[in-house]
Design a protein around this ligand. Sequence first.
Ligand SMILES: Cc1cc2nc3c(=O)[nH]c(=O)nc-3n(C[C@H](O)[C@H](O)[C@H](O)COP(=O)(O)OP(=O)(O)OC[C@H]3O[C@@H](n4cnc5c(N)ncnc54)[C@H](O)[C@@H]3O)c2cc1C
Length: 553
Amino acid sequence: MARRPYDYIIIGAGTAGCLLANRLSRDPAKRVLLIEAGRRDNYLWIHVPVGYLYCIGNPRTDWMYQTVAEPGLNGRSLRYPRGKGLGGSSSINGMIYMRGQARDYDGWAALTGDDAWTWKNVVPDFKAHENHFRLDGGRDPELAGGGKFSDWHGHGGEWRIEKQRVRWELLDAIAAAANEAGFENTDDANRGDNAGVAYFEVNQRSGWRWSAARAFLRPVRHRRNLEVWTDSLVERLTFARTDAGVPRCTGVVVRRGGTPTTLTATGEVILAAGAIGSPQLLQLSGVGPGARLRELGIDVVRDSAGVGENLHDHLQLRTVFKVSGTRTLNTVANSLWGRLAMGLEYAFRRTGPMSMSPSQLGAFTRSDPARAHANLQYHIQPLSLEAFGEDLHGFDAFTASVCNLNPISRGRLRLRSARFDDAPEIAPNYLATEEDRAVAAASLRQVRRIVAQPALARFAPEEWKPGAEFATDADLVRRAGDIGSTIFHPVGTARMGRADDAGAVVDSHLRVRGVEALRVVDASVMPVITSGNTNSPTLMIAEKAARWIERSI
Ligand SMILES: Cc1cc2nc3c(=O)[nH]c(=O)nc-3n(C[C@H](O)[C@H](O)[C@H](O)COP(=O)(O)OP(=O)(O)OC[C@H]3O[C@@H](n4cnc5c(N)ncnc54)[C@H](O)[C@@H]3O)c2cc1C
Protein backbone atom coordinates (compact mmCIF):
# COMPACT_ATOMS: atom_id res chain seq x y z
CA MET A 1 0.00 0.00 0.00
CA ALA A 2 1.36 3.41 -0.93
CA ARG A 3 2.23 5.58 2.09
CA ARG A 4 0.75 9.01 2.50
CA PRO A 5 3.17 11.68 1.34
CA TYR A 6 4.99 13.82 3.87
CA ASP A 7 5.37 17.56 3.66
CA TYR A 8 9.05 17.37 4.52
CA ILE A 9 11.49 14.51 4.50
CA ILE A 10 14.74 15.23 6.34
CA ILE A 11 17.63 12.89 5.65
CA GLY A 12 20.02 12.46 8.60
CA ALA A 13 19.27 13.04 12.30
CA GLY A 14 22.59 14.70 13.03
CA THR A 15 23.34 18.20 14.25
CA ALA A 16 21.35 19.96 11.53
CA GLY A 17 18.68 17.28 11.09
CA CYS A 18 17.58 17.28 14.74
CA LEU A 19 17.14 21.05 14.79
CA LEU A 20 15.28 20.98 11.47
CA ALA A 21 12.92 18.25 12.69
CA ASN A 22 12.12 20.36 15.75
CA ARG A 23 11.45 23.54 13.82
CA LEU A 24 9.60 22.10 10.81
CA SER A 25 7.23 20.04 12.95
CA ARG A 26 6.14 23.00 15.10
CA ASP A 27 3.30 23.53 12.65
CA PRO A 28 1.00 20.57 13.46
CA ALA A 29 -0.44 20.74 9.95
CA LYS A 30 2.90 19.66 8.44
CA ARG A 31 3.85 15.99 8.34
CA VAL A 32 7.57 15.57 8.87
CA LEU A 33 9.71 12.47 8.52
CA LEU A 34 13.26 12.37 9.89
CA ILE A 35 15.30 9.44 8.60
CA GLU A 36 18.50 8.26 10.27
CA ALA A 37 20.76 5.46 9.08
CA GLY A 38 22.17 4.78 12.54
CA ARG A 39 20.55 3.62 15.74
CA ARG A 40 18.81 5.34 18.65
CA ASP A 41 21.01 7.07 21.17
CA ASN A 42 20.31 4.62 23.99
CA TYR A 43 24.00 3.92 24.53
CA LEU A 44 25.60 5.10 27.77
CA TRP A 45 28.92 6.21 26.27
CA ILE A 46 27.15 8.75 24.06
CA HIS A 47 25.92 10.57 27.14
CA VAL A 48 28.88 10.33 29.52
CA PRO A 49 31.26 12.99 28.21
CA VAL A 50 34.43 10.92 28.34
CA GLY A 51 32.58 8.32 26.26
CA TYR A 52 33.87 9.95 23.08
CA LEU A 53 36.88 7.67 23.65
CA TYR A 54 34.56 4.67 23.10
CA CYS A 55 32.28 6.16 20.44
CA ILE A 56 34.98 7.18 17.99
CA GLY A 57 36.07 4.08 16.08
CA ASN A 58 33.01 2.13 17.23
CA PRO A 59 30.68 1.00 14.40
CA ARG A 60 27.69 1.47 16.76
CA THR A 61 28.22 5.23 16.61
CA ASP A 62 30.79 5.97 13.88
CA TRP A 63 30.67 5.49 10.10
CA MET A 64 34.35 4.50 10.35
CA TYR A 65 35.48 6.24 7.18
CA GLN A 66 39.09 6.30 6.15
CA THR A 67 40.81 8.88 3.97
CA VAL A 68 42.96 7.96 0.99
CA ALA A 69 46.73 7.94 1.50
CA GLU A 70 47.43 11.65 1.83
CA PRO A 71 50.57 12.99 0.12
CA GLY A 72 50.81 15.92 2.59
CA LEU A 73 50.72 13.43 5.48
CA ASN A 74 53.61 11.42 4.09
CA GLY A 75 51.30 8.82 2.60
CA ARG A 76 49.27 8.17 5.74
CA SER A 77 45.58 7.41 5.54
CA LEU A 78 43.54 8.77 8.47
CA ARG A 79 40.54 7.45 10.29
CA TYR A 80 37.77 9.91 9.50
CA PRO A 81 35.06 9.59 12.16
CA ARG A 82 31.49 10.75 11.46
CA GLY A 83 28.69 10.22 13.94
CA LYS A 84 26.05 7.63 13.09
CA GLY A 85 22.78 7.47 15.02
CA LEU A 86 20.48 10.05 16.59
CA GLY A 87 22.47 13.22 17.13
CA GLY A 88 24.95 12.31 14.37
CA SER A 89 28.37 13.80 15.00
CA SER A 90 27.04 15.83 17.93
CA SER A 91 26.68 12.50 19.76
CA ILE A 92 30.37 11.67 19.50
CA ASN A 93 32.05 15.04 19.26
CA GLY A 94 34.22 17.05 21.63
CA MET A 95 31.28 19.23 22.83
CA ILE A 96 33.20 22.50 22.40
CA TYR A 97 30.90 25.46 21.92
CA MET A 98 32.43 27.76 19.34
CA ARG A 99 30.91 30.11 16.78
CA GLY A 100 34.00 31.17 14.83
CA GLN A 101 34.92 34.73 13.88
CA ALA A 102 32.79 37.58 12.52
CA ARG A 103 34.95 37.75 9.42
CA ASP A 104 34.05 34.13 8.52
CA TYR A 105 30.40 35.01 8.09
CA ASP A 106 31.04 38.37 6.45
CA GLY A 107 33.13 36.36 3.98
CA TRP A 108 30.20 34.00 3.30
CA ALA A 109 27.96 37.01 2.66
CA ALA A 110 30.48 38.38 0.17
CA LEU A 111 30.85 35.03 -1.59
CA THR A 112 27.11 34.45 -1.88
CA GLY A 113 26.06 38.07 -2.36
CA ASP A 114 23.49 37.52 0.40
CA ASP A 115 23.54 39.67 3.52
CA ALA A 116 21.62 37.00 5.40
CA TRP A 117 25.03 35.46 6.15
CA THR A 118 26.79 38.50 7.63
CA TRP A 119 27.93 38.19 11.25
CA LYS A 120 25.35 40.76 12.23
CA ASN A 121 22.64 38.62 10.68
CA VAL A 122 23.81 35.24 11.99
CA VAL A 123 24.16 36.27 15.65
CA PRO A 124 20.36 36.18 16.10
CA ASP A 125 20.29 32.62 14.72
CA PHE A 126 22.96 31.51 17.22
CA LYS A 127 21.09 33.23 20.03
CA ALA A 128 17.73 31.78 18.99
CA HIS A 129 18.48 28.36 20.44
CA GLU A 130 21.08 29.19 23.12
CA ASN A 131 20.72 28.51 26.80
CA HIS A 132 23.90 30.03 28.18
CA PHE A 133 24.86 29.38 31.79
CA ARG A 134 26.10 32.94 32.27
CA LEU A 135 22.52 34.14 31.87
CA ASP A 136 21.09 31.65 34.40
CA GLY A 137 18.99 32.99 37.26
CA GLY A 138 18.23 36.25 35.52
CA ARG A 139 21.88 37.34 35.55
CA ASP A 140 23.12 39.46 32.66
CA PRO A 141 26.73 40.55 33.18
CA GLU A 142 27.88 43.97 31.98
CA LEU A 143 30.65 43.67 29.40
CA ALA A 144 33.96 45.46 29.82
CA GLY A 145 33.67 47.09 26.39
CA GLY A 146 30.05 48.20 26.99
CA GLY A 147 26.75 46.41 26.52
CA LYS A 148 25.33 43.31 28.15
CA PHE A 149 26.14 39.64 27.83
CA SER A 150 22.63 39.09 26.47
CA ASP A 151 23.43 41.33 23.51
CA TRP A 152 25.50 38.37 22.29
CA HIS A 153 24.07 35.27 23.91
CA GLY A 154 20.67 33.73 24.45
CA HIS A 155 18.93 32.03 27.33
CA GLY A 156 15.97 29.68 27.50
CA GLY A 157 16.69 27.96 24.18
CA GLU A 158 17.43 24.27 23.65
CA TRP A 159 21.21 24.44 23.21
CA ARG A 160 22.82 24.33 26.65
CA ILE A 161 26.26 25.83 27.17
CA GLU A 162 28.08 25.24 30.44
CA LYS A 163 31.46 25.57 32.10
CA GLN A 164 33.59 22.49 32.33
CA ARG A 165 33.49 20.51 35.54
CA VAL A 166 37.13 19.53 35.83
CA ARG A 167 40.36 21.49 36.24
CA TRP A 168 43.96 20.43 35.98
CA GLU A 169 46.86 22.20 37.64
CA LEU A 170 48.92 21.56 34.51
CA LEU A 171 46.42 23.27 32.23
CA ASP A 172 46.33 26.34 34.47
CA ALA A 173 50.13 26.46 34.13
CA ILE A 174 49.91 26.17 30.34
CA ALA A 175 47.44 29.09 30.29
CA ALA A 176 49.93 31.09 32.36
CA ALA A 177 52.72 30.12 29.96
CA ALA A 178 50.66 31.30 27.02
CA ASN A 179 50.19 34.64 28.81
CA GLU A 180 53.94 34.83 29.39
CA ALA A 181 54.45 34.18 25.69
CA GLY A 182 52.34 37.27 24.96
CA PHE A 183 48.81 35.91 24.48
CA GLU A 184 46.06 37.67 26.42
CA ASN A 185 43.16 35.87 28.03
CA THR A 186 39.66 36.22 26.64
CA ASP A 187 36.51 36.01 28.73
CA ASP A 188 34.33 34.92 25.80
CA ALA A 189 35.54 33.39 22.54
CA ASN A 190 32.10 33.71 20.96
CA ARG A 191 31.56 37.38 20.30
CA GLY A 192 33.11 37.51 16.87
CA ASP A 193 36.78 37.78 17.78
CA ASN A 194 38.01 34.67 19.52
CA ALA A 195 41.67 35.74 19.95
CA GLY A 196 42.99 34.82 23.37
CA VAL A 197 43.35 32.06 25.91
CA ALA A 198 40.33 30.55 27.69
CA TYR A 199 38.85 27.34 28.95
CA PHE A 200 36.37 26.10 26.37
CA GLU A 201 32.68 26.29 27.18
CA VAL A 202 30.89 23.07 26.38
CA ASN A 203 27.56 21.67 25.26
CA GLN A 204 26.77 19.77 28.41
CA ARG A 205 24.04 19.79 31.01
CA SER A 206 24.93 18.96 34.59
CA GLY A 207 27.84 16.78 33.53
CA TRP A 208 26.09 14.97 30.65
CA ARG A 209 26.71 15.45 26.92
CA TRP A 210 24.09 17.70 25.39
CA SER A 211 23.78 16.41 21.81
CA ALA A 212 21.49 17.84 19.15
CA ALA A 213 19.23 14.83 19.69
CA ARG A 214 18.92 15.53 23.43
CA ALA A 215 18.43 19.23 22.84
CA PHE A 216 16.15 19.39 19.83
CA LEU A 217 14.63 15.99 19.16
CA ARG A 218 13.81 14.42 22.51
CA PRO A 219 11.52 17.26 23.63
CA VAL A 220 9.36 16.97 20.49
CA ARG A 221 9.26 13.20 19.93
CA HIS A 222 5.64 13.17 21.12
CA ARG A 223 4.46 15.36 18.24
CA ARG A 224 1.99 13.36 16.20
CA ASN A 225 3.07 15.03 12.97
CA LEU A 226 6.73 13.99 13.43
CA GLU A 227 7.97 10.51 12.57
CA VAL A 228 11.54 9.48 13.30
CA TRP A 229 12.91 6.40 11.59
CA THR A 230 16.19 4.98 12.80
CA ASP A 231 18.17 2.09 11.24
CA SER A 232 16.89 3.44 7.93
CA LEU A 233 19.31 4.19 5.18
CA VAL A 234 18.39 6.56 2.37
CA GLU A 235 19.90 5.02 -0.76
CA ARG A 236 18.92 7.70 -3.21
CA LEU A 237 16.65 10.62 -3.96
CA THR A 238 13.86 10.32 -6.55
CA PHE A 239 13.09 12.91 -9.21
CA ALA A 240 10.35 13.73 -11.71
CA ARG A 241 10.36 16.43 -14.40
CA THR A 242 8.13 19.48 -14.10
CA ASP A 243 6.17 20.68 -17.15
CA ALA A 244 9.06 23.04 -17.81
CA GLY A 245 11.42 20.05 -17.84
CA VAL A 246 13.15 20.90 -14.58
CA PRO A 247 13.99 17.98 -12.27
CA ARG A 248 11.94 18.08 -9.09
CA CYS A 249 12.87 16.00 -6.07
CA THR A 250 9.84 13.89 -5.19
CA GLY A 251 11.14 11.78 -2.34
CA VAL A 252 13.60 9.10 -1.33
CA VAL A 253 14.28 5.41 -1.57
CA VAL A 254 14.98 4.18 1.91
CA ARG A 255 16.31 0.78 3.03
CA ARG A 256 14.71 -0.24 6.29
CA GLY A 257 14.93 -3.83 7.43
CA GLY A 258 16.33 -4.93 4.07
CA THR A 259 13.48 -3.82 1.80
CA PRO A 260 13.76 -0.61 -0.22
CA THR A 261 10.69 1.62 0.13
CA THR A 262 9.89 4.74 -1.87
CA LEU A 263 8.53 7.69 0.13
CA THR A 264 7.27 10.95 -1.27
CA ALA A 265 7.38 14.54 -0.09
CA THR A 266 4.98 17.13 -1.42
CA GLY A 267 6.92 20.04 0.08
CA GLU A 268 10.68 19.52 0.17
CA VAL A 269 13.35 16.93 0.73
CA ILE A 270 16.12 18.24 2.97
CA LEU A 271 19.48 16.61 2.84
CA ALA A 272 21.20 16.85 6.24
CA ALA A 273 23.44 13.81 5.96
CA GLY A 274 26.63 15.76 6.69
CA ALA A 275 29.70 16.78 4.71
CA ILE A 276 30.36 13.19 3.63
CA GLY A 277 26.82 11.76 3.43
CA SER A 278 25.17 14.64 1.58
CA PRO A 279 27.51 14.86 -1.43
CA GLN A 280 27.60 11.06 -1.54
CA LEU A 281 23.79 10.85 -1.77
CA LEU A 282 23.56 13.69 -4.26
CA GLN A 283 25.98 11.91 -6.57
CA LEU A 284 24.33 8.52 -6.15
CA SER A 285 21.07 10.22 -7.14
CA GLY A 286 22.49 11.78 -10.30
CA VAL A 287 23.35 15.27 -9.04
CA GLY A 288 27.07 15.76 -9.45
CA PRO A 289 29.92 15.86 -11.95
CA GLY A 290 28.22 14.50 -15.07
CA ALA A 291 31.12 12.74 -16.76
CA ARG A 292 32.15 10.91 -13.60
CA LEU A 293 28.57 9.85 -12.84
CA ARG A 294 28.12 8.48 -16.36
CA GLU A 295 31.35 6.48 -16.01
CA LEU A 296 29.77 4.81 -12.97
CA GLY A 297 26.52 4.13 -14.81
CA ILE A 298 24.48 6.72 -12.89
CA ASP A 299 21.82 8.65 -14.84
CA VAL A 300 22.62 12.33 -14.66
CA VAL A 301 19.76 14.41 -13.28
CA ARG A 302 21.78 17.59 -12.96
CA ASP A 303 25.39 18.11 -13.98
CA SER A 304 26.83 19.95 -10.97
CA ALA A 305 30.60 20.03 -10.99
CA GLY A 306 30.94 21.25 -7.40
CA VAL A 307 29.32 18.28 -5.64
CA GLY A 308 32.04 16.63 -3.55
CA GLU A 309 34.62 19.31 -4.38
CA ASN A 310 35.95 21.95 -1.95
CA LEU A 311 36.37 19.41 0.87
CA HIS A 312 38.34 21.06 3.65
CA ASP A 313 38.91 20.53 7.31
CA HIS A 314 41.11 21.67 10.17
CA LEU A 315 44.28 19.64 10.39
CA GLN A 316 45.44 19.33 13.99
CA LEU A 317 49.14 18.96 14.69
CA ARG A 318 49.23 16.95 17.89
CA THR A 319 52.36 17.95 19.77
CA VAL A 320 53.01 15.94 22.92
CA PHE A 321 55.17 16.90 25.91
CA LYS A 322 56.12 14.53 28.71
CA VAL A 323 55.87 16.12 32.15
CA SER A 324 56.85 15.27 35.69
CA GLY A 325 55.70 16.37 39.13
CA THR A 326 52.01 16.22 38.29
CA ARG A 327 49.44 13.67 37.18
CA THR A 328 47.68 13.67 33.85
CA LEU A 329 44.80 11.53 32.66
CA ASN A 330 47.36 9.07 31.24
CA THR A 331 48.47 7.75 34.62
CA VAL A 332 45.17 8.38 36.40
CA ALA A 333 43.24 6.31 33.88
CA ASN A 334 45.94 3.65 33.67
CA SER A 335 45.66 2.84 37.39
CA LEU A 336 42.84 0.82 38.89
CA TRP A 337 42.51 3.20 41.86
CA GLY A 338 42.56 6.17 39.54
CA ARG A 339 39.73 4.73 37.47
CA LEU A 340 37.75 3.89 40.57
CA ALA A 341 38.16 7.41 41.95
CA MET A 342 37.11 8.90 38.61
CA GLY A 343 34.06 6.64 38.44
CA LEU A 344 33.00 7.50 42.00
CA GLU A 345 33.51 11.20 41.49
CA TYR A 346 31.36 11.12 38.38
CA ALA A 347 28.71 8.89 39.92
CA PHE A 348 28.25 11.11 42.96
CA ARG A 349 29.04 14.59 41.67
CA ARG A 350 29.06 14.46 37.84
CA THR A 351 32.47 16.11 37.96
CA GLY A 352 36.06 15.06 37.33
CA PRO A 353 37.72 13.45 34.31
CA MET A 354 34.65 11.45 33.25
CA SER A 355 32.80 14.72 32.71
CA MET A 356 35.62 15.84 30.50
CA SER A 357 35.49 16.90 26.89
CA PRO A 358 38.69 15.83 25.10
CA SER A 359 40.08 19.38 25.11
CA GLN A 360 39.71 21.74 28.01
CA LEU A 361 42.00 24.65 27.45
CA GLY A 362 41.80 26.63 24.23
CA ALA A 363 43.71 29.48 22.66
CA PHE A 364 43.35 31.42 19.43
CA THR A 365 46.54 33.08 18.22
CA ARG A 366 48.22 34.42 15.08
CA SER A 367 50.91 32.33 13.41
CA ASP A 368 52.55 35.55 12.33
CA PRO A 369 52.17 38.95 14.04
CA ALA A 370 51.58 40.54 10.62
CA ARG A 371 48.21 38.80 10.35
CA ALA A 372 45.13 40.79 11.27
CA HIS A 373 43.31 37.90 12.97
CA ALA A 374 43.93 34.74 14.92
CA ASN A 375 44.49 31.91 12.46
CA LEU A 376 45.55 29.17 14.89
CA GLN A 377 43.45 27.30 17.42
CA TYR A 378 44.92 25.27 20.26
CA HIS A 379 43.14 22.34 21.88
CA ILE A 380 45.10 21.48 25.00
CA GLN A 381 44.53 18.18 26.69
CA PRO A 382 45.91 16.69 29.92
CA LEU A 383 46.44 13.38 28.12
CA SER A 384 48.24 11.89 25.16
CA LEU A 385 47.83 8.96 22.82
CA GLU A 386 49.10 7.92 19.42
CA ALA A 387 45.64 8.22 17.82
CA PHE A 388 42.00 8.32 18.95
CA GLY A 389 40.85 4.77 19.49
CA GLU A 390 44.24 3.76 20.91
CA ASP A 391 45.35 3.53 24.56
CA LEU A 392 46.61 6.52 26.49
CA HIS A 393 50.39 6.67 26.88
CA GLY A 394 51.81 5.09 30.02
CA PHE A 395 53.71 8.26 31.02
CA ASP A 396 52.38 11.65 32.14
CA ALA A 397 52.09 14.07 29.25
CA PHE A 398 49.93 16.76 27.73
CA THR A 399 48.90 17.30 24.14
CA ALA A 400 48.96 20.77 22.66
CA SER A 401 47.10 20.29 19.42
CA VAL A 402 47.36 23.28 17.11
CA CYS A 403 45.43 23.79 13.89
CA ASN A 404 45.42 26.20 11.02
CA LEU A 405 41.92 27.67 11.07
CA ASN A 406 42.05 29.04 7.56
CA PRO A 407 43.61 26.37 5.36
CA ILE A 408 43.61 27.03 1.65
CA SER A 409 44.25 23.44 0.54
CA ARG A 410 41.14 21.87 -0.94
CA GLY A 411 40.34 18.20 -1.40
CA ARG A 412 37.39 16.23 -2.71
CA LEU A 413 35.01 13.38 -2.16
CA ARG A 414 34.29 11.02 -5.07
CA LEU A 415 32.16 7.95 -5.46
CA ARG A 416 33.96 4.66 -5.97
CA SER A 417 30.86 2.97 -7.37
CA ALA A 418 27.13 3.44 -7.84
CA ARG A 419 26.43 1.52 -4.60
CA PHE A 420 25.82 3.29 -1.30
CA ASP A 421 27.63 0.54 0.58
CA ASP A 422 30.95 1.38 -1.06
CA ALA A 423 32.27 4.19 1.13
CA PRO A 424 33.28 7.19 -0.95
CA GLU A 425 36.87 8.12 -1.65
CA ILE A 426 37.74 10.90 0.81
CA ALA A 427 40.78 12.97 -0.10
CA PRO A 428 41.11 16.06 2.13
CA ASN A 429 44.44 16.95 0.48
CA TYR A 430 45.98 18.44 3.61
CA LEU A 431 49.09 20.62 3.44
CA ALA A 432 48.88 20.84 -0.33
CA THR A 433 49.83 24.51 -0.53
CA GLU A 434 52.99 26.39 0.33
CA GLU A 435 51.00 28.69 2.60
CA ASP A 436 49.50 25.85 4.62
CA ARG A 437 52.91 24.25 5.02
CA ALA A 438 54.42 27.56 6.18
CA VAL A 439 51.63 27.99 8.75
CA ALA A 440 52.24 24.43 9.97
CA ALA A 441 55.95 25.09 10.56
CA ALA A 442 55.22 28.44 12.24
CA SER A 443 52.62 26.90 14.52
CA LEU A 444 55.00 24.17 15.71
CA ARG A 445 57.56 26.85 16.53
CA GLN A 446 54.92 28.78 18.45
CA VAL A 447 54.06 25.73 20.55
CA ARG A 448 57.71 25.42 21.55
CA ARG A 449 57.83 29.08 22.49
CA ILE A 450 54.85 28.71 24.82
CA VAL A 451 56.11 25.51 26.40
CA ALA A 452 59.52 27.10 27.10
CA GLN A 453 57.99 29.79 29.35
CA PRO A 454 58.83 29.87 33.08
CA ALA A 455 55.27 28.99 34.17
CA LEU A 456 55.83 25.44 32.96
CA ALA A 457 59.40 24.95 34.20
CA ARG A 458 58.32 23.11 37.34
CA PHE A 459 56.87 20.30 35.19
CA ALA A 460 60.11 19.91 33.18
CA PRO A 461 58.28 19.49 29.85
CA GLU A 462 60.13 17.28 27.41
CA GLU A 463 59.15 17.34 23.75
CA TRP A 464 57.99 13.90 22.66
CA LYS A 465 56.36 15.00 19.42
CA PRO A 466 57.32 16.40 16.99
CA GLY A 467 60.74 15.91 18.66
CA ALA A 468 63.25 18.59 19.60
CA GLU A 469 65.73 17.35 17.00
CA PHE A 470 63.53 18.68 14.18
CA ALA A 471 64.60 22.26 13.76
CA THR A 472 64.42 23.52 10.19
CA ASP A 473 61.21 24.56 8.43
CA ALA A 474 61.56 21.59 6.08
CA ASP A 475 61.90 19.24 9.07
CA LEU A 476 58.87 20.75 10.75
CA VAL A 477 56.71 20.48 7.64
CA ARG A 478 57.68 16.83 7.30
CA ARG A 479 56.90 16.19 10.96
CA ALA A 480 53.58 18.02 10.58
CA GLY A 481 52.79 15.38 7.97
CA ASP A 482 53.69 12.67 10.50
CA ILE A 483 51.70 14.00 13.46
CA GLY A 484 48.84 15.77 11.67
CA SER A 485 45.35 14.39 11.96
CA THR A 486 41.81 15.54 11.30
CA ILE A 487 40.12 17.52 14.04
CA PHE A 488 36.87 16.21 12.57
CA HIS A 489 35.59 19.35 10.83
CA PRO A 490 35.00 18.40 7.17
CA VAL A 491 32.90 21.02 5.38
CA GLY A 492 32.30 22.56 1.98
CA THR A 493 31.35 19.61 -0.24
CA ALA A 494 28.06 21.14 -1.39
CA ARG A 495 28.96 24.76 -1.00
CA MET A 496 26.67 27.71 -1.42
CA GLY A 497 27.43 30.51 -3.85
CA ARG A 498 26.19 33.05 -6.37
CA ALA A 499 24.19 32.11 -9.45
CA ASP A 500 27.20 32.76 -11.71
CA ASP A 501 29.52 30.56 -9.64
CA ALA A 502 29.69 27.29 -11.57
CA GLY A 503 31.10 25.38 -8.58
CA ALA A 504 28.32 26.38 -6.20
CA VAL A 505 26.00 23.46 -5.48
CA VAL A 506 23.31 25.37 -3.57
CA ASP A 507 22.16 28.98 -3.68
CA SER A 508 22.38 31.24 -0.65
CA HIS A 509 19.03 29.84 0.63
CA LEU A 510 20.55 26.37 0.35
CA ARG A 511 18.33 25.23 -2.54
CA VAL A 512 20.11 22.80 -4.85
CA ARG A 513 20.69 24.67 -8.07
CA GLY A 514 18.92 23.40 -11.17
CA VAL A 515 16.61 21.16 -9.15
CA GLU A 516 13.33 21.94 -7.40
CA ALA A 517 12.18 20.97 -3.91
CA LEU A 518 15.60 19.92 -2.63
CA ARG A 519 17.89 21.67 -0.15
CA VAL A 520 21.12 20.77 1.56
CA VAL A 521 21.23 21.97 5.15
CA ASP A 522 24.35 20.85 7.02
CA ALA A 523 28.10 21.47 7.24
CA SER A 524 28.58 20.73 3.56
CA VAL A 525 27.11 24.08 2.49
CA MET A 526 29.83 26.16 4.17
CA PRO A 527 31.77 27.78 1.34
CA VAL A 528 34.76 28.33 3.63
CA ILE A 529 35.36 26.73 6.99
CA THR A 530 34.73 28.79 10.12
CA SER A 531 37.63 29.79 12.37
CA GLY A 532 36.76 27.31 15.09
CA ASN A 533 34.78 24.16 15.75
CA THR A 534 31.92 23.53 13.37
CA ASN A 535 29.01 22.07 15.33
CA SER A 536 27.27 25.23 16.51
CA PRO A 537 27.80 26.99 13.16
CA THR A 538 25.94 24.03 11.62
CA LEU A 539 23.06 24.57 14.05
CA MET A 540 23.00 28.24 13.11
CA ILE A 541 22.74 27.25 9.42
CA ALA A 542 19.84 24.92 10.21
CA GLU A 543 18.10 27.58 12.31
CA LYS A 544 18.21 30.02 9.43
CA ALA A 545 17.24 27.44 6.81
CA ALA A 546 14.23 26.23 8.82
CA ARG A 547 12.65 29.65 8.53
CA TRP A 548 13.25 29.74 4.79
CA ILE A 549 11.80 26.26 4.36
CA GLU A 550 8.69 27.14 6.36
CA ARG A 551 8.17 30.14 4.12
CA SER A 552 9.22 28.28 0.93
CA ILE A 553 11.82 30.89 0.09
C1 LIG B 1 34.87 13.12 16.75
C2 LIG B 1 34.34 14.50 16.46
C3 LIG B 1 34.67 15.56 17.32
C4 LIG B 1 34.18 16.83 17.05
N1 LIG B 1 34.33 17.82 18.00
C5 LIG B 1 33.65 18.99 17.86
C6 LIG B 1 33.58 19.92 18.92
O1 LIG B 1 34.10 19.72 20.03
N2 LIG B 1 32.89 21.09 18.71
C7 LIG B 1 32.30 21.38 17.53
O2 LIG B 1 31.75 22.47 17.37
N3 LIG B 1 32.36 20.50 16.49
C8 LIG B 1 32.96 19.29 16.66
N4 LIG B 1 32.91 18.36 15.67
C9 LIG B 1 32.27 18.71 14.39
C10 LIG B 1 30.75 18.74 14.46
O3 LIG B 1 30.24 17.74 15.32
C11 LIG B 1 30.19 18.60 13.05
O4 LIG B 1 30.67 19.67 12.25
C12 LIG B 1 28.67 18.63 13.00
O5 LIG B 1 28.12 17.64 13.85
C13 LIG B 1 28.18 18.41 11.57
O6 LIG B 1 26.78 18.34 11.57
P1 LIG B 1 25.99 17.81 10.29
O7 LIG B 1 24.56 18.00 10.60
O8 LIG B 1 26.57 18.44 9.09
O9 LIG B 1 26.35 16.25 10.19
P2 LIG B 1 26.20 15.07 11.22
O10 LIG B 1 25.98 15.57 12.60
O11 LIG B 1 27.38 14.19 11.00
O12 LIG B 1 24.86 14.35 10.78
C14 LIG B 1 24.67 13.61 9.61
C15 LIG B 1 23.67 12.50 9.93
O13 LIG B 1 23.21 11.93 8.72
C16 LIG B 1 23.15 10.53 8.86
N5 LIG B 1 23.23 9.96 7.53
C17 LIG B 1 24.28 10.02 6.67
N6 LIG B 1 23.98 9.39 5.52
C18 LIG B 1 22.70 8.94 5.65
C19 LIG B 1 21.83 8.21 4.80
N7 LIG B 1 22.19 7.85 3.57
N8 LIG B 1 20.58 7.88 5.25
C20 LIG B 1 20.18 8.27 6.49
N9 LIG B 1 20.99 8.95 7.34
C21 LIG B 1 22.23 9.29 6.92
C22 LIG B 1 24.34 10.23 9.75
O14 LIG B 1 24.26 8.95 10.35
C23 LIG B 1 24.28 11.37 10.75
O15 LIG B 1 23.45 11.07 11.84
C24 LIG B 1 33.41 17.07 15.89
C25 LIG B 1 33.08 16.01 15.03
C26 LIG B 1 33.52 14.73 15.32
C27 LIG B 1 33.15 13.60 14.39
